[in-house]
Design a protein around this ligand. Structure first.
Ligand code: PLP
Ligand code: ZN
Length: 426
């Protein structure tokens, strides 16, 4: 099945330098920076950033500030609302070969796009470099987010870099240690909410609506602009190495921001004439069994996602029951001919170990992509002839407790060489 992307575009009523916001539900358009809004005034639908001119490969280059370096988010500034952002810098992450896993899974080609190699250890940095730049443009001084951890770490670091105040709302007791440590040291004010991520997001949206803070969750359409560069990097690098584009991208899904961002990336490349319809990778989302509302919607063929009130998984970064970007992501999965699958926590830990054995250290949520690929290979939904890229979203050190549990225990030995040799010879 080949992709059929919806490339229709309503004319903007107002645009700023060829950039505007469009409501994905009713098509209403808005100027991008004149006022702060996160959803449509008319129907509350999600907004998307649109451009009068869409760049193709030749238009991308080593743009951005000297500090941004040639490979990274700002290489693709021709497809972003600004020439440069508040940068640490971010992007330009490796696309690892993993020959042993490739052979074991049995696909033609398997590469791992390791987003854990970003400055704060997750892909959230790509969204924040653009989002914090927009915050400066609209002239706010306090930034806020709800977070399962990584968004708060990224917001704290980029907010600090931009000299702004940051406020983060976390579900108490459900955030991995490394992430809280980052948010804390980078100087965010951390509010621990007695509720889950979805309740934190409800509250922070209320705060933003009352003008208390600028919202930098992935509901903010500018975050997804930064995150779409994951897709640009994968397509550019894979093509340079293999002379073709990947058949499929498999990724963990929480709020479905990345799924939405990759879909937007492919639509823009198609519109610019940079790729053909047959080049569009199949978007394949993976969730944990205890937290799988997107998988439910895809399996049942629903246009809307039912909010799961109780969610549980050791992959805390994707412990989300109400994926806010579902209306942007579901069409992406469908139109690219992809799918969604749920995996067990055990399968996630197995995948985390396999990646670690190839030297690629990821946090549990990240390993969901490989666990999902394995499951879909076993069921035959993914063919042996496919070229696949798995996205790993966060670094191993984000969740040291999960890593300890998945790894082997240290062995106590006496303070003596002979005794150590004895122990090794046991
Ligand atoms: C935020 C996050 C996700 C979820 O990404 P979405 O774009 O919200 O679907 C997955 N893995 C990690 C490590 C994350 O930090
Ligand atoms: Zn609308």
């Amino acid at each position: 099945m080949s992709a059929h992307l919806d490339l229709d575009e309503p004319e903007p009523a107002v645009a700023d330098d060829g950039v505007w916001l469009t409501c994905i539900e009713c098509g209403e358009t808005f100027a991008p920076f004149a006022e702060i809004r996160y959803t449509c005034d008319d129907c509350d639908g999600l907004l998307e950033v649109r451009y009068a001119d869409l760049p193709t490969w030749d238009d991308f280059g080593a743009g951005g500030s000297p500090e941004s370096g040639p490979y990274g988010v700002w290489r693709y500034s021709a497809g972003l609302p600004f020439e440069e952002g508040v940068s640490l810098p971010e992007g330009g992450t490796p696309l690892h070969y993993v020959p042993r896993i490739e052979e074991e899974v049995g696909v033609n080609n398997l590469r791992i796009k390791h987003e854990g190699m970003n400055p704060t250890g997750s892909f959230k940095d790509r969204g924040m470099t653009v989002g914090v730049r927009v915050a400066k443009e609209v002239g706010v001084d306090r930034l806020a987010c709800a977070s399962t951890g990584n968004t708060s770490a990224a917001l704290a670091a980029y907010g600090a870099r931009g000299g702004m105040e940051t406020l983060v709302l976390l579900p108490a007791g459900k955030v991995a240690a490394g992430k809280v440590a980052q948010a804390s040291l980078h100087g965010a004010r951390i509010l621990e909410v007695d509720g889950n991520f979805d309740s934190c997001l409800d509250i922070v949206q209320d705060l933003a609506a009352r003008g208390e803070a600028y919202l930098l969750n992935s509901l903010n359409p500018f975050r997804l602009e930064g995150q779409k560069t994951i897709g640009l990097e994968i397509m550019e690098r894979f093509h340079a190495d293999e002379g073709t584009y990947p058949d499929r991208i498999v990724l963990p899904v929480g709020n479905a921001g990345n799924t939405a961002a990759l879909y937007k990336c492919f639509r823009e490349l198609r519109k610019a004439g940079a790729i053909d319809e047959g080049d569009v990778p199949k978007l394949t989302g993976v969730q944990a069994e205890g937290s799988a509302p997107m998988v439910e919607a895809v399996e049942e063929g629903n246009d809307e996602v039912r909010r799961w009130e109780d969610v549980e998984t050791r992959a805390t970064a994707i412990r989300i029951g109400n994926p806010v970007n579902a209306p942007k992501a579901l069409p992406g999965i469908r139109e690219t001919g992809g799918t969604a699958v749920a995996v067990s926590d055990e399968a996630i830990t197995d995948a985390q170990r396999s990646l670690a054995q190839e030297g690629v250290g990821v946090e549990p949520a990240s390993a969901a992509s490989l666990a999902g690929l394995r499951k879909l290979r076993e069921s035959g939904e993914i063919g042996a002839d496919e070229d696949v890229v798995c996205l790993t979203t966060g670094h191993l050190l984000k969740d040291p407790d999960a890593a300890y549990e998945a790894g082997g225990d240290p062995e106590p030995v006496p303070n003596d060489t002979e005794a150590v040799l004895d122990h090794l010879g046991e």
